[in-house]
Design a protein around this ligand. Structure first.
Ligand code: T3D
Length: 296
């Protein structure tokens, strides 16, 4: 059980059953929770929690985040997920000191198989985020670098504090953008900006990320948590099935021609039009009352 102190009394900590990292510190056995989980109404917040290393990913943090996302996806009380970072950063990507990736300095040593690391950890993580049955918001509180930047950019909405930044750090260590970056960046910002960001690996301040169309919104640092929760609560009250179909329709349309996208829209409207939420939405509108959406 993780005990957290929350000033907002509507926010409740959740116990996280950990099969995860157990670190020995002297003679004490400590269970570290690398993902903090809290719930306010129907909004589940998952906070990456390795602040001393800017929440960079170790295999244990991967395992805990995937487990926390799976738990949120399967929980009928969750209608929106927020991803956040503890401390001054959002996520600095892969922990480069983790033995699974750190190159062996010995001459002739067998190189680490980074492809295996990507396949085993980053691909399942990013596919999980993109297939969540509820909207996912990244609340980017500080630097988001490498896989950390692309994790944020894969979310449905990205809200960043003014002092946050995004760095495609890969080129600086001899890698290509991963965690979906090669797919996401040109779609969000266009090829010219994607290439500039990926080749140069410069720090892109949150204000510029908003201007580039990479993120939804840049807000004052002090407003980030409240603004994110307000938007998350709004989404949580909306028709989930339609929100998820919207994500899928927009992603699919990027691969289609115009006629194909029109056909896809008709197919989805046919399906959603037969669902309870559409009936509820229209009846509520006509009756001038608030709707209660229940479809998932
Ligand atoms: O390689 C593979 O495994 C394949 C998978 C790739 C996916 C990827 O994400 S590759 C990209 C990996 N990430 C990076 O290259 C970013 C590395 N970090 C930085 O460039 C800088 O830390 C930042 C620009 C993000 C922030 O700079 P700054 O000056 O604000 O903070 P800092 O002092 O550099 O970092 C603070 C601490 O976090 C520091 O530890 P210390 O000295 O206080 O004990 C630093 O070492 C640690 N830290 C930051 N990023 C990482 C990290 N430790 C391990 N891995 C990191 N990625």
């Amino acid at each position: 059980m993780i005990c957290l102190y929350f000033t907002d009394r509507s926010v409740k900590p959740i116990s996280f059953e950990s099969k995860h990292r157990q670190a020995k510190l002297g003679s004490r056995l400590m269970i570290e929770s690398l993902i903090l989980t809290s719930q306010a109404g129907a909004v589940r917040t998952l906070t990456l929690n390795r602040p001393a290393a800017l929440n960079s990913f170790t295999t244990s943090m991967h395992e805990q985040l995937l487990a926390a996302l799976d738990a949120a996806a399967g929980d009928p009380d969750v209608r929106c997920v927020v991803l956040a970072g503890s401390g001054r950063g959002f996520c600095a990507g892969q922990d480069l000191s983790d033995p699974v990736v750190a190159p062996d300095p010995m001459p002739g040593a067998v190189p680490k198989d980074l492809g295996q690391v990507i396949d085993r950890y980053y691909v399942p993580l990013i596919l999980r985020v993109r297939s969540m049955p509820v909207p996912v918001i990244a609340a980017v509180n500080g630097v988001a670098a490498g896989a950390g930047a692309n994790l944020a950019l894969a979310c449905d909405l990205v809200i960043a504090g003014r002092s946050a930044s995004f760095i495609q750090a890969f080129s600086k260590i001899g890698l290509v953008p991963d965690t979906g970056g090669t797919w996401t960046l040109p779609r969000l910002a266009g090829r010219a900006r994607a290439m500039g960001l990926a080749l140069l690996g410069d720090k892109l301040p949150a204000m510029d990320a908003e201007r580039f169309g990479l993120i939804w919104k840049c807000v004052e640092d002090s407003a980030l948590a409240d603004e994110t929760q307000t938007i998350a609560k709004r989404l949580a009250a909306m028709p989930l099935k339609a929100l998820i179909a919207t994500r899928e329709a927009i992603d699919t349309a990027l691969q289609l021609d115009f006629a194909g996208a029109l056909a896809e829209e008709a197919r989805r409207q046919r399906e959603l039009g037969a669902a309870h939420d559409y009936s509820e939405g229209v009846h509520a509108f006509l009756a001038k009352r608030a709707p209660l959406f229940t479809d998932r």
